[in-house]
Design a protein around this ligand. Structure first.
Ligand code: PBG
Length: 327
């Protein structure tokens, strides 16, 4: 005789509709933010595939517009922009120039699609000749002198029409500096999505090819977080919240699901997860080799962020996922 008093979990897995009925988490188009790399160039046709990120491109303004048009038609709700200026200098001037490439791209996208949420990554590394996220003196990234420049970049982005500014530099005090500057310029309603918990990660490798932002010396370990730490993540989150962050981001994503869960459990603000370039590249590489089912693996990776407690997800798979959701 088989006893009948055990848990029959299979009852609720009997069909797709049954599974969907009891499903705890969903990925939906409204949660996804697509990153784009926009290049300052006179060549309207410029569209260069990033070799370490198959399917992702550096785009001219015109090509960006084309790409976003297709994505919007597929249901894109939100994107984040990274700029690659024609000229870099040691103070990253193009980050806060009103006619810098990201500011131009924001104006273009907001003109055409006023309802599209356009976020701007607020940092200096794509604009500095040395590739660091702040001002450098004696090969050390200077915290306080950088704050004013980040604040100016955020204001330039807000003035161009950015819906959200997203500081990714990891200087201490930058959220407060940015909040003050935005408020002073009348942008009290522009939210800050802070890369609050951002680790010094090897998973950013492909991004640095995409954004041409590899540090020319040293690394980012004196400002980004040390991967072995999780209690420190809570201190970073508290600091950014107290300084005025509206959304807390954890980055990278998949190797840091425990951190997403801790941030979720400790704070009631929206939490964003960034599935970074290296995570994209690994899945892509395996898929291109025929080793994994790309669509299934991508969807499973995104639902993991939801299960860990993320509200929003920044992912280079956004355009692909929109197509899946439309099926
Ligand atoms: C800029 C920035 C980086 C990423 C987002 N903003 C690079 C870095 O910190 O080196 C990484 C995103 C990715 O890997 O997809 N500071």
């Amino acid at each position: 005789m088989i006893p009948n008093d055990f848990y029959r979990g299979r009852r609720l897995r009997s069909s797709l509709t049954m599974r969907e009925l009891v499903r705890e988490n969903q990925v939906s188009a409204s949660d996804l933010i697509m990153p784009y790399f926009v290049v300052e160039t006179d060549d309207e046709d410029f569209k260069k595939e990033i070799s370490s990120m198959p399917g992702q491109y550096q785009l001219s303004l015109k090509q960006l517009e084309k790409r976003v048009e297709e994505a919007v038609n597929n249901g894109l709700k939100s994107c984040i922009l990274f700029g690659i200026p024609a000229e870099k200098d040691d103070v990253g001037s193009q980050a806060y120039d009103d006619s810098g490439i990201v500011q131009k791209a924001i104006r273009l996208l907001k003109d055409r699609w006023p309802n599209l949420i356009v976020c701007a990554d607020t940092c200096l590394c794509e604009y500095t000749s040395h590739g660091h996220c702040g001002i450098v003196k004696n090969e050390y990234v200077q915290n306080d002198p950088t704050l004013n420049l980040l604040a100016r970049a955020a204001v330039a982005q807000a003035r161009a029409g950015a819906d959200i500014v997203a500081p990714s530099d990891m200087m201490d005090g930058r959220v407060a500096a940015i909040r003050d500057a935005l408020d002073e310029e009348g942008f009290t309603n522009t939210p800050i999505m802070s890369y609050a918990v951002k680790y010094a990660s090897a998973f950013y490798g492909p991004f640095r090819e995409a954004a041409e932002s590899t540090p020319q010396f040293g690394d980012r370990k004196t400002y980004q977080m040390d991967p072995p730490n999780s209690r420190e993540a809570m201190r970073e989150a508290v600091a950014d919240l107290e300084e005025g962050a509206d959304i807390l981001m954890v980055k990278p994503g998949m190797p840091y699901l425990d951190i997403i869960r801790q941030v979720r459990d400790n704070f009631d603000t929206p939490v964003a997860a960034y599935q970074v370039s290296g995570e994209y590249s690994m899945i892509k590489a395996a898929a291109l080799n025929g080793w994994v089912d790309e669509e299934a693996v991508v969807m499973e990776s995104l639902i993991a962020f939801k299960r860990a407690g993320a509200d929003l997800i920044l992912t280079y798979f956004t355009e692909d996922v929109l197509k899946v959701l439309n099926k």
